[in-house]
Write a protein that binds this ligand. Structure first.
Ligand SMILES: [Zn+2]
Length: 198
């Protein structure tokens, strides 16, 4: 995990916004939201490693909005404080705002943006990916990267599950021009990921 390269995603619609993988410091997010005059409506996490959720519980408390994560990753939240210590970032407090559970299936964000939540266990037990069919954008978390796959040696990791998750993703045959935002590093296109697996 190299949190300096974690990719967070801010989705906006008018004055409303949603954060995916609220990494980093709470006050930086506050400054960003204030400077862009955005209302925060919700926070979603691809998985429970601290470099993807470090700001989520506190932002949820400050803005009184829900944050969503598959609860199979709940045990990872406080485990991850050792990584935040390493990066000299504020710890998540023991009485952190609990996430709402996140299940595979279709939903909408910000009123009218279709979003599909795709179960993606392997890198962690509760990992998910987010797919936006109208925009052909996939937020992959740490399941796959531009040049590889997620590690499976952290708590909740399972190499067989990761393999199946990637097989299932390939079976979906998302459009070649789907833009993929990975949990770390450079973005990529689905056609390049398919080349590696099909
Ligand atoms: Zn991770």
């Amino acid at each position: 995990m190299e949190p300096e390269f974690t990719n967070s995603v801010l989705v906006t619609s008018g004055e409303d916004s949603v954060i995916f993988d609220a990494w980093g410091r709470v006050d930086d997010w506050q400054k960003l939201l204030e400077s862009r005059k955005l209302n925060l409506r919700a926070i979603y996490a691809t998985h429970g490693h601290s470099d993807h959720i470090s700001a989520a519980p506190e932002l949820a408390r400050i803005y009184n909005v829900p944050w969503y994560m598959n609860l199979r990753d709940l045990p990872l939240v406080l485990w991850g404080n050792q990584i935040l210590d390493f990066w000299e970032l504020p710890r998540i407090s023991d009485d952190f705002v609990r996430p709402n559970d996140l299940h595979a299936g279709k939903t909408k964000i910000l009123g009218d943006i279709d979003m599909e939540i795709i179960a993606a266990p392997g890198h962690s037990a509760g990992g998910v990916m987010f797919y936006f069919p109208e925009y052909k954008i996939l937020i992959s978390g740490d399941t796959i990267f531009r040049d590889g796959v997620g590690r499976t040696d952290l708590p909740g990791g399972n190499a067989d599950e990761l393999h199946k998750t990637i097989s299932d993703l390939m079976a979906r045959n998302l459009p070649d021009d789907t833009y993929v935002v990975h949990g770390h590093g450079m973005d990529s296109m689905m056609k390049d990921i398919k080349k590696r697996y099909l």
